[in-house]
Design a protein around this ligand. Sequence first.
Ligand SMILES: [Ca+2]
Length: 177
Amino acid sequence: MNIRCAQIRILNSETRTKAHFSSAPGNGLSSFSLQPSAFSLSRRGFTLIELLLVLVILGILAAIVVPKFSGRTEQARQTAAVSQIATFGTALDAFEVDTGHYPRGRNGLLELVQQPRDAQNWKGPYMKNEIPNDPWGAPYVYECPGKNNPSSYDLMSAGPDGRAGTEDDVTNWQSRR
Ligand SMILES: [Ca+2]
């Protein structure tokens, strides 16, 4: 008898811990244990389940949102290509007004920013920056005189697939397909 048992609850922000002191007279302190309470254990398990649930939910959201987002990104690239071709058109028209003709050949776009030797009245550069690639990283394809626009020029981006002559091309002429 006279075994004294003291329970001290130590509460902190993360866990609840019970410290058990057991002692018998004459024997001094015979045992001491520090163990997480049942509440603490169940709380940790629940936290792990919560974490897994959050990961699962994030995975589901990613599966739903990412394809939509990438679809919009592709649409934004198409729009950017159309806009860029229109910007080239304005610059090429200004070039034509000044020099009397559109830049010739396949590298004609360069003449918008670098004065060609034979150009009279070239008042460029007609583009603010260097000649950009299309939104998919490929050079725009320029040809003058154009096969589709014989009186001016053909200008196109090969589109997402990078191949000219396919349905996803972005061109300055109406597709006949
Ligand atoms: Ca293409």
